[in-house]
Design a protein around this ligand. Structure first.
Ligand code: MG
Length: 164
């Protein structure tokens, strides 16, 4: 088994779409970024890449590349997971924590888990998504940013495929 950890932060800006784990949340502001700025999926991808010492998403999908302008992060996650499975690993489980002051995302958490489970073709029980605030302190507390943490466990299946 291999364990990986990921962390990401995005600035919040008015007029940006608020997409978390591939689910759009109605909100007048959202995370700013080159891609769709899905901070939770970015942390999750970095956790997967970290587990196999494959670098990070900045290396794989550079934000200087126009290809990734407004990119759908869930599609990028599928590409990362393909790298993982080609190395002979499958997801054991993933645990994602999103840190933000508002909006309340609890009503969307089940949708997020299902969205990720479908994208990765793994059971929804293997994916945890949760949210917390930082009690109005710091950059998440004053609405200037949103953060996400992710931990994954990857299990070796022994079936290693040649690179795509
Ligand atoms: Mg990011």
């Amino acid at each position: 088994m291999r364990i990986g950890f990921g962390y990401d932060v995005h600035r919040l800006e008015h007029g940006r779409k608020f997409i978390l784990c591939g689910v759009e949340i109605p909100c007048p502001f959202g995370p700013d970024g080159h891609s769709d700025a899905d901070v939770a999926v970015h942390a999750l991808m970095d956790a997967m890449l970290g587990a196999l010492a494959l670098g990070d998403i900045g290396k794989l999908f550079p934000d200087t590349d126009q290809k990734y302008h407004n990119a759908d992060s869930v599609q990028l996650l599928q590409r990362v997971y393909e790298l993982v499975t080609r190395q002979g690993y499958v997801l054991g489980n993933a645990d994602v924590t999103i840190v933000l002051q508002s909006p309340r995302i609890a009503p969307f958490v089940e949708d997020m888990r299902h969205r990720l489970s479908k994208a990765l073709s793994v059971e929804v029980g293997k994916i945890s998504v949760k949210a917390t605030t930082e009690e109005k302190m710091g950059f998440t507390g004053d609405y200037s940013g949103i953060a996400a943490y992710a931990v994954v466990l990857l299990k070796l299946t022994g079936v290693r495929l040649p690179p795509a």
